[in-house]
Design a protein around this ligand. Structure first.
Ligand SMILES: NC(=O)c1ccc[n+]([C@@H]2O[C@H](COP(=O)([O-])OP(=O)(O)OC[C@H]3O[C@@H](n4cnc5c(N)ncnc54)[C@H](OP(=O)(O)O)[C@@H]3O)[C@@H](O)[C@H]2O)c1
Length: 336
């Protein structure tokens, strides 16, 4: 018998107190059913959007996870058992599985994808080639339709999705301004990611700094909401576009956030605001993957990893990401 450790959601977390809401459990694995596969995770992905699944809100883009079930999250590793011919035993795969040693899933329900080993660091299947990379490309290219020479602003610019959106914007010829928390992150956004400038929202007046952008902001890649959105709205260019990727400032709230104070600027500046959600466009996956892989292999795009070791430390990794301790992609190394 094989023992599986997994994180169970026992109650809705309050703020960042995850230890009071989730517990590490053990179970003996039973044989998989027809159509299922089992992946032994090498890495787990810490994703901000999953915070909403832990709460009780019914109006999110995913229904809340029932209490008493295993926490869902992206897992990356080898297939150890398979009753689906697309995923042979021993092959590499990524899927929405569980925060666990082993994820047992039906591939189409868990958006499982077979992965190639032809990459110098398989963790990039959670990084540049992963869903954060796909989201960055989808948002900047398809939703914002960025054009060469335009000014793109990206919030949470030193995180996984944001740092990739900054680089996609640069590759597509935009002038990029990042917004991130703290001087070290801002240095990283400019010196490593190549943004033209970065605004430290913890120490600078964001609205005033954005006001210095000549001609205003053409395109905004929104990751946070809250006061940063308000600062952006006051500084958009006429006919500017906003792609709403995420609203992390409000993910732990029990209800929706109050509207932005400067919402009237949507009318005054004739803005287009569009929310988008990557799982809506699975058919775009091969294009996103091929494009990002080419850029990665050409040395144009990269992301560092904020690694926490051990499944037992998953909650530490998760809180690190939600409280901004990470630069780049937050993952848990569960190989031991
Ligand atoms: N629409 C989609 O399909 C899709 C897909 C993937 C991700 N997303 C969204 O992308 C965003 C980033 O997610 P991620 O998984 O890549 O995480 P991440 O950016 O790697 O980590 C989250 C970052 O958010 C920043 N942050 C946290 N609270 C904040 C606040 N109140 N105000 C401003 N910044 C705050 C922190 O950076 P600082 O130190 O700079 O504060 C932190 O590092 C999330 O909103 C997520 O929901 C959307």
């Amino acid at each position: 018998m094989t023992t599986n450790r997994y994180w169970r959601l026992d109650s809705h977390p309050k703020g960042d107190d995850f230890a009071a809401a989730l517990s590490l459990q053990h179970e003996e694995l039973t044989p998989i059913e027809d159509g299922q596969i089992r992946i032994k995770a090498d890495y787990l992905s810490m994703d901000a959007g999953t915070r909403m699944w832990m709460g009780g809100r019914e109006d999110g883009y995913q229904p809340p996870l029932p209490l008493g079930t295993t926490m869902v999250g992206l897992a990356l590793g080898r297939v150890t058992e398979s009753r689906d011919g697309r995923f042979p035993v021993g092959s590499l795969a990524r899927a929405f599985g569980q925060w666990a040693d082993y994820s047992t899933i039906r591939p189409d329900e868990g958006w499982a994808v077979p992965l190639d080993d032809d990459i110098d660091d398989i963790r990039q299947h959670f990084g540049v080639l992963g869903l954060n990379g796909w989201t960055a490309l989808y948002g900047v290219q398809d939703i914002l339709r960025i054009k060469e020479g335009e000014t793109l602003v990206v919030s949470a610019a030193a995180g996984a999705t944001g740092s990739l959106a900054v680089q996609v914007g640069r590759i597509l010829g935009a002038k990029v301004v990042g917004i991130a928390g703290g001087p070290d992150k801002c240095r990283y956004v400019v010196e490593t990611l190549g943004a033209d400038r970065c605004i430290d929202y913890k120490n600078e007046d964001v609205a005033a700094a954005l006001g210095e952008i000549e001609g205003g902001i053409d395109a905004y890649f929104e990751n946070v909401g809250g006061p940063i959105l308000d600062a952006v709205l006051q500084n958009m260019a006429l006919y500017g576009r906003i792609a709403v990727c995420g609203m992390i400032a409000n993910y732990d709230a029990a209800e929706g956030a109050p509207g932005p104070r400067h919402y009237d600027q949507v009318l005054m500046r004739r803005l287009r605001i569009e929310g988008f959600f990557l799982p809506d466009v699975p058919e775009r996956g091969p294009y996103f993957y091929d494009t990002l892989k080419r850029w990665y292999q050409e040395g144009k795009i990269n992301v560092p990893f904020d690694v926490t070791v051990g499944l037992e430390n998953t909650l530490v990794a998760y809180a690190r990401m939600l409280t901004g301790k990470n630069t780049g992609k937050a993952i848990v190394d569960v190989r031991s």
